[in-house]
Design a protein around this ligand. Structure first.
Ligand code: BGP
Length: 489
């Protein structure tokens, strides 16, 4: 198995899921700060205002804001050559539309970037990982308002200029297609739309009960495409060597049966959920199927005909394609098929696959298949897997050890699949696992859904001293990196 010599190995996190310090050094509120935790059967709760004494997981998260030196040192000990993290927009522009950036927020990321460089770790920065400043959501309804495009460009050019000589790899929006795939996450996390009636509620409400207007969500997604393309154009003016990528949540789709109707429906869902966003961002135009697909859903597609936007999309194509891969699921027209117990992703159960305790089906061969699909769809574009991981309950033994063999076996099979795809000829430049350190789950807000090679002593009831310890998988991943993916035992 031959991974390329300079293959990037590492892990990925998001600011809101690990930093904490939610109001420190001038930071403003961002969307996740307004959410309570849930679990696999209970959606998260949205609170229009913060209530004292209530536990909001993002407010302290895993306190990385104060512990980043220890954490980056642990990443370095595993041999990371790349660390993907996000900048929390509301640290830089606390209200989204401030005239000047917040110097203390910039300084925090100066320090984090320098710490990575000190250890020979290449930073890969996500500019917007479900972290729109809450003020933008309140004032402008997020990306539904085109003014937010300008606010985003001001924010990203501030980052590009500040770190133009230190950071080469950037991603514009995390999982941009989540806007179409998952109503609640797509609406609030993704494009930051919340209706006035929900903002003015007296009481908190379940995340999935927020009012959703599909037309607005799809138009806001279009505005994000324009924002992303403009970011690529501006970024390349600031440093032509920047590698600026997109990021897609690729949930791979299989027809549940050989019924041709299942095959057709699978193609439709794949086009809508997986292909549309990638095509716009890599090829610079909406794909041939987009208009009809949207119109069949009752969407007025007039926004697709804006000539100025078309030009921007054409000029702002990404330098590499990145995606998250956790699972696959099945598609069928049979309404009685057994559904996956995951309100966000949905789909039908695959009888050949096992699933995590959160219902996410484990499918390493699907990763190889997906990499090959993407390589043939975008033959001139390097690929990178920037999230892949296994959320599980961990048990701490009396001696403090954590024997997470289930996690090791998940990664072993997925890294094997990566190697097979490389051998197939796929141009894969790197791999960052999701959550190299335990952090707050985006979907459920839980700590108990643990992904890390590093355990964090923090729990869903708000107890725990944030101390870090190495799980068995820590030593295993270290060996994998040291052998450039050869030694998976
Ligand atoms: C992706 C997000 C991440 C991360 C991951 C795992 O969708 O980009 O932010 O959280 O999924 O999901 P969860 O945290 O819900 O287990």
């Amino acid at each position: 198995m031959a991974f390329p010599k300079n293959f990037l190995w590492g892990g990925a996190t998001a600011a809101n899921q690990c930093e904490g310090a939610y109001l420190e050094d001038g930071k403003g509120l961002s969307v996740p700060d307004m959410l309570l935790g849930g679990d696999v059967n209970t959606p998260r709760t949205f609170c229009p205002t913060i209530t004292e004494g209530v536990f909001y997981p993002s407010h302290d998260a895993i306190d990385m804001y104060h512990r980043y030196k220890e954490d980056v040192a642990l990443f370095a000990e595993m041999g990371f050559t790349c660390y993907r993290f996000s900048i929390n927009w509301s640290r830089i522009f606390p209200n989204g539309d401030d005239a000047q950036p917040n110097e203390a927020g910039l300084k925090f990321y100066d320090n984090l970037i320098d710490e990575c460089k000190k250890h020979g770790i290449e930073p890969l920065i996500t500019l917007c990982h479900y972290e729109i400043p809450f003020e933008i959501v309140k004032k402008y309804h997020g990306f539904y308002n085109r003014k937010t495009i300008d606010l985003f460009i001001k924010y990203v050019t501030t980052c590009f200029n500040r770190w133009k000589d230190k950071v080469k790899y950037w991603l514009t929006f995390n999982e941009i297609n989540m806007t179409i795939m998952a109503k609640s996450i797509g609406n609030l996390y993704g494009v930051g739309i919340i209706q006035d009636e929900d903002l003015n509620r007296d009481a908190p409400c379940k995340f999935n009960e927020l009012k959703d207007v599909l037309q607005e969500r799809i138009q806001a997604l279009h505005n994000e495409f324009v924002a992303s393309a403009r970011a690529v154009i501006e970024g390349h003016k600031i440093n032509p060597d920047f590698m600026i990528g997109n990021m897609i949540c690729h949930v791979t789709k299989y027809p549940l049966t050989p019924n041709p109707k299942d095959m057709l429906e699978t193609q439709r869902i794949d086009h809508l959920f997986n292909d549309l966003c990638g095509d716009v961002q890599v090829r610079g135009a909406y794909p041939y199927f987009a208009k009809k697909l949207y119109q069949d859903m009752g969407i007025d597609t007039a926004f697709m005909d804006n000539e100025e936007d078309k030009k921007i999309l054409r000029e702002g194509t990404v330098d590499f394609y990145t995606f998250s891969y956790y699972m696959s699921n099945c598609v069928t027209v049979d309404e009685n098929a057994v559904a996956i117990n995951d309100s966000m992703i949905g789909g039908a159960k695959n009888p050949y696959l096992k699933a995590s305790d959160w219902g996410w089906q484990i499918d390493p061969d699907g990763l190889r298949w997906t990499l090959n699909k993407l390589a043939s769809r975008y033959p001139d574009t390097p690929l990178m897997v920037v999230e892949n991981g296994f959320g599980a309950f961990d048990k701490v033994e009396d001696d403090g050890a954590i024997h997470d063999d289930y996690r090791i076996s998940y990664f072993r099979e997925h890294i094997r699949a990566l190697g097979e795809a490389v051998n197939d000829g796929v141009n894969l430049i790197g791999y960052t696992t999701w959550g190299p350190i335990d952090l707050v789950s985006a979907g459920t807000g839980q700590y108990a859904k643990r992904y890390g090679f590093i355990y964090v002593n923090r729990h869903d009831d708000g107890t725990g001293d944030f101390s870090r310890s190495r799980k068995d998988s820590f030593f295993w991943y270290k060996k994998v990196i040291a052998s450039n993916g050869e030694d998976l035992d």
